[in-house]
Design a protein around this ligand. Structure first.
Ligand SMILES: [Zn+2]
Length: 232
């Protein structure tokens, strides 16, 4: 139908043919982010780390990046060891090793390497997953939302609401996370500055004290010297 001049293609046809490849591409891109390091694009392998924006990296790649400050755009927000966390992942018992990989073709049927320890959902890019910044444990967002608790479902450590970071989230997730990161950094900077000026004040006081003390010690020893001078 359409294209021969005899019929006018409906909006549905145009939209469909235009959107399909784009969507497939985006799907592949989305899946790829769960399998590859955001810096090197190499396959993810433990130890795997993540940042305040929820990107996945091989730890080795991040350490190398920090050493020679690479130009990788996905990692410009990483300044030191404090800016990423090593992830505690749960192996998927259904994963049958790399023989399941069919080159660069991604299939929804392919078992993923990791699962949510609470819900059993596969960490394949299909479901939303988070990690907790404090302990680094990775669970599905469903587990956090539906199993309300004040402890981490994986390690039993404390869970602070708002501590979770969505892994490979949507653009709006990332912009929220970026704002959170910038707020946190500005706060840390202000605290550091306040501490520094407080310390300076303390140091000044201590220096004053020492000066007075040494002065008095000095004058006392001088007085003693005068006292010990032979009388004439
Ligand atoms: Zn935990």
């Amino acid at each position: 139908m359409g294209g021969d001049g005899g019929s006018i293609p409906g909006r549905q046809d145009l939209v469909k043919t235009k959107r399909k490849p784009e969507m497939a591409e985006r799907h592949v891109e989305r899946i790829a982010r769960w399998l590859h390091c955001a810096i090197t694009q190499e396959k993810l392998r433990p130890p795997i780390v993540s940042c305040e924006l929820g990107r996945l990296y091989n730890k080795e790649a991040v350490l190398e990046f920090l050493l020679d400050k690479g130009s990788c755009q996905s990692a410009q927000h990483l300044r030191s060891l404090k800016d990423f966390k090593e992830l505690k992942l749960t192996d998927n018992p259904a994963y049958r090793g790399p023989s399941n990989d069919k080159g660069d073709a991604y299939s929804d049927n392919q078992a993923s390497l990791y699962i949510c320890p609470v819900t059993g959902l596969e960490m394949s890019g299909r479901y939303r997953f988070c990690f907790l910044w404090t302990c680094g444990c990775v669970v599905s967002e469903k587990a956090i939302k539906e199993v309300g608790s004040d402890v981490c479902h994986k390690c039993g450590g404390p869970y602070i609401p708002g501590d979770e970071i969505v892994i490979n989230g949507t653009e709006s997730d990332i912009s929220l996370l970026r704002n959170k990161m910038l707020d946190k950094r500005a706060k840390a900077k202000a605290e550091k500055k306040a501490k520094k000026s407080q310390k300076r004040k303390l140091d000044e006081k201590v220096v004053d004290g020492v000066d007075e003390k040494s002065e008095s010690v000095e004058s006392k020893s001088l007085q003693a010297k005068f006292r010990n001078l032979p009388k004439r």
